[in-house]
Design a protein around this ligand. Structure first.
Ligand SMILES: [Mg+2]
Length: 758
């Protein structure tokens, strides 16, 4: 039972992959490499780049700090030292000695064993390594003492007292350390939005300007702040933390409250910038998904500017895309209500009749819209309407309306649960679109579980996402092949499988139904029991099974090159009522042809007037079993040949299975009727098949009936292809023309071939 349930679920999933309308993707690690590189840091407005460029060559080494502006004052000097120490101390990085990972030795540099850093967050590793290049090397954590090698090659030891771990709600982490001289420090690093409100002094404006500048460049920024603690304050902190940690109820809530009390009144030190490069072919993939008629939404925890820069780089936003902002900055000036109505007016002015094609970028007449929304505004939009208040209306609908008319949406500063909320919102909208979520980290799990199809990327952030997903892929670019090629193929295969099964069983059982009118409703079977049993099990099972596994109605490269083909199968177009009715009608028609065709030919005197055979007992020769066998033979040949006509991708297995099935039927029938089986009490099929084949008119009627029953489908296909071809069919024809031409005149085709390959 579990097997069948999982099979049904798998079929359902496969079907969904071909019907995706919305793609929700994470940014870091999904669109980008998650391979962080420390670019610069800024302390009190002074910018430090961890290498000096000398005659165009990058000089690596501890002493090579490139100061972009004037040298710092004495106070800044103190801040600078504190900043570097803060970054060396405020992290959860571990130091590992030489180690073999997947057969590659890590941590060996020029034959000497060196250490390297590992951490759950690649940003932290990049920062600690950046500090190493700036002269402060984090050595290790030993006996709860952190050791740092400073610029003067002295080892400084700090006692690690408390770690306030990072979480995605606070978006910051802190450590409390005691220096050698006994001073207590609290260092904190985190997102700018969570640090700036907690700062009471420091050069906030300069740092903020630099952070904003870096974010626009697409760099990931973090801010660093500190405060000194007196002994009393530290004791207070310890008391707060301990009572929260020991709480038996609501421990998380109490810890969060304690953190909130402890992490305030900071002095701002500076900010860091880390680069994360875009993944290979990420832009190409997003473009293809757009062309296939899907809408791509990026949901990220990053800053708006950083995320927007990535979106431009990955072609989610094009240069001519008009960006609509729905951010806290804007809702501070205007009320949310006004902003939303403003945006919807802008969008709807042009998009009176919005079609799927508009998002492809193929039609240039329409203005492209991109929406940027941040976490705080989203919570305001999602807040359920309060009864009695006029302003707290239900904004979900209007927000959805705006989103529906935007080709791309970027949601930044999202908490993991908000990501899931967005997916849920779209899922529940009135069209009930099929959604797909792709992510790489634990923070994407809720979104992956919420979407219809969840895809996990096995990246540097562990395997939680991959484990919770329906499919796991190694890189974002594989999404293209998965949806456009495999999604397309499986949909074609499944739709044919379902329809063909109905068709062949209608063909099979309808003559039996008709026969009842001719046998006085005596429940006399038309077919022999062996045929009844084996029809679905062996005579007609393998060809469709193979078809549903390997059929490729169009070449894989063409599907990849032309994403718009995905639209041919959108909206479940091949499993709609008209097509189902057509197949059923075809089944009924074929069944009538088998039955009445055989009936009238049977009744005809010319059929039985085969002199020699007539001389023997006519009753025995052309009894009701011969009639049933004739109908059954036509039936098996027709349904198998119908599938052969539908098959585009012929391999030796197809030939083997299709012709093998027919051959098996003939051999089985010969054996079944040709031998007296000892285990049978009576044998009604004895010699029936052979005698039927011994008559020439029977051969003729089999061929004639098979052709007549296949004819309408062939005619329908020819007419439909000529008059209303789908994009897929047009390409199939082009391909067929080309193959024909290549065979006939090789020289003429050199040019077109190279253009299609390019
Ligand atoms: Mg991620």
């Amino acid at each position: 039972m579990f097997y069948s349930i999982s099979c049904v679920f798998l079929c359902y999933l496969i079907c969904l992959v071909s019907q995706v309308e919305y793609v929700f993707t994470d940014k870091t690690g999904t669109l980008t490499e998650n391979n962080m590189e420390f670019i610069e840091c800024c302390v009190d407005g002074h910018v430090y780049v961890p290498h000096a460029i000398c005659n165009g060559q990058i000089m690596s080494g501890a002493s090579s700090i490139d100061m972009i502006d004037s040298s710092p004052s004495a106070e800044s000097k103190e801040h600078e030292e504190l900043f570097f120490r803060a970054l060396c101390l405020c992290h959860t990085v571990q130091v590992k000695e030489e180690e073999t990972v997947d057969g590659i030795k890590r941590g060996i540099h020029q034959g000497k064993a060196t250490s390297f850093y590992i951490s759950s967050s690649p940003d932290e590793v990049a920062l600690v390594e950046g500090m190493k290049r700036l002269g402060f090397t984090y050595l290790r954590l030993k006996d709860s003492h952190m050791e740092i090698l400073n610029r003067e090659d002295d080892i400084e030891r700090f006692e690690l007292l408390e770690v306030l771990n990072f979480d995605s709600v606070r978006r910051r982490m802190s450590v409390i350390v005691r220096s050698n001289s006994g001073e207590l420090y609290l260092f904190c690093k985190g997102a700018d939005s969570s640090i700036f409100p907690r700062v009471i002094s420091g050069k906030v404006d300069q740092v903020r300007a630099r952070v904003e500048h870096n974010a626009v460049e697409g760099l990931r920024t973090l801010c660093v702040a500190y405060k000194k603690l007196s002994r009393e304050e530290y004791e207070q902190v310890c008391h707060l933390l301990n009572s929260a940690k020991l709480a038996l109820q609501d421990r998380d809530k109490k810890l969060a409250e304690a953190y909130d009390v402890i992490e305030r009144d900071f002095i701002l030190l500076g900010a860091t910038a880390v680069e994360d490069r875009l993944q290979d072919k990420a832009a190409d993939t997003i473009e293809s998904l757009h062309k296939a008629g899907m809408k791509v939404w990026v949901l990220t925890g990053d800053k708006m500017e950083t995320a927007a820069a990535t979106c431009y780089a990955s072609k989610l936003f094009r240069r001519n895309t008009q960006i609509l902002e729905l951010t806290t900055k804007r809702t501070e000036e205007q009320s949310l209500h006004d902003v939303l109505f403003d945006l919807s007016r802008t969008v709807l002015r042009q998009h009176g009749s919005m079609t799927r094609d508009t998002f492809s970028g193929l039609s240039g007449d329409f203005q492209d819209y991109g929406l940027i929304i941040d976490g705080a505004t989203l919570s305001a939009v999602m807040k359920p309407s309060q009864e009695g208040s006029s302003s707290g209306g239900n904004y979900k609908e209007i927000f959805l309306e705006i989103c529906r008319n935007c080709s791309a949406v970027l949601c930044c500063r999202m908490a993991p649960l908000q990501k899931a909320q967005i997916v849920k919102l779209i899922k529940a909208s009135k069209e009930h679109p099929i959604t797909l979520a792709i992510g790489d980290g634990a923070n994407d799990v809720s979104m992956i579980l919420e979407a219809h199809v969840g895809i996990g990327i096995m990246g540097k952030e562990g395997r939680q996402a991959a484990r919770n997903s329906d499919y796991a892929i190694p890189k974002f670019k594989h999404l293209k092949k998965m949806l456009l090629v495999h999604g397309h193929y499986y949909y074609i295969r499944i739709s044919e499988l379902v329809q063909y099964f109905f068709y062949k069983n209608v063909c099979f059982i309808f003559p039996q139904f008709l026969y009842q009118f001719f046998c006085g409703f005596s429940q006399q079977p038309l077919y022999d029991t062996a045929y009844l049993t084996l029809y679905n099990i062996s005579f007609t099972s393998l060809p469709i099974l193979l078809y549903s596994l390997i059929e490729q109605h169009i070449n894989m490269d063409i599907l990849k090159r032309d994403p718009s083909l995905y639209r041919d199968i959108a909206k479940n177009s091949l499993l709609q009522w008209p097509i189902f009715v057509y197949w059923t009608f075809l089944g009924v028609f074929d069944a009538m042809v088998f039955f009445f065709g055989a009936f009238f030919l049977f009744d005809n005197t010319t059929f039985t007037s085969n002199g020699q055979l007539m001389a023997t007992n006519t009753q025995m020769m052309f009894g009701n079993w011969t009639f049933g066998t004739l109908v059954f033979t036509v039936l098996v040949f027709t349904v198998t040949l119908k599938l052969a006509l539908d098959t585009h991708y012929w391999t030796w297995i197809n030939h083997f299975v299709i012709w093998g099935s027919l051959l098996f039927y003939v051999i089985f029938s010969l054996l079944w009727g040709g031998i007296i089986w000892p285990f049978l009490n009576y044998q009604r099929m004895y010699y029936v098949f052979m005698q039927m084949l011994a008559s020439g008119p029977a051969w003729l009627s089999i061929i004639l009936l098979v052709m007549v029953s296949l004819l309408p489908d062939v005619v329908k296909k020819v007419i439909c292809r000529a008059l209303w071809p789908t994009t897929t069919e047009r390409i199939q024809r082009m391909k067929a023309d080309r193959t024909y031409l290549t065979h006939s005149e090789d020289s003429l085709l050199d040019e077109p071939q190279t253009t299609t390959e390019a």
